[in-house]
Design a protein. Structure first.
Length: 71
């Protein structure tokens, strides 16, 4: 599932993001969502998120829809 729709991305979900520095190469970084940074419902390049380790990138793939409430 791609990361263009905000409603599909939940706090705690495991995702693959492309970091700003990796946009040209397309290298993906895996992590868990700590915060949603894009306020709009849709973004063509992916919703911007902050991962638990502090890195910021745009979601390219959603690997799980787990939420912190279910932990």
């Amino acid at each position: 599932m791609n990361g263009q729709h905000r409603e599909d991305i939940k706090i705690g979900a495991e995702v693959e993001v492309v970091l700003k520095a990796d946009q040209k190469s397309g290298r993906l970084t895996r992590g868990k969502v700590a915060e949603l940074l894009t306020s709009s419902a849709f973004h063509p390049h992916g919703i911007k998120v902050r991962l638990e380790d502090g890195q910021v990138g745009r979601v390219q793939n959603i690997l799980s829809k787990a939420t912190l409430e279910s932990l």
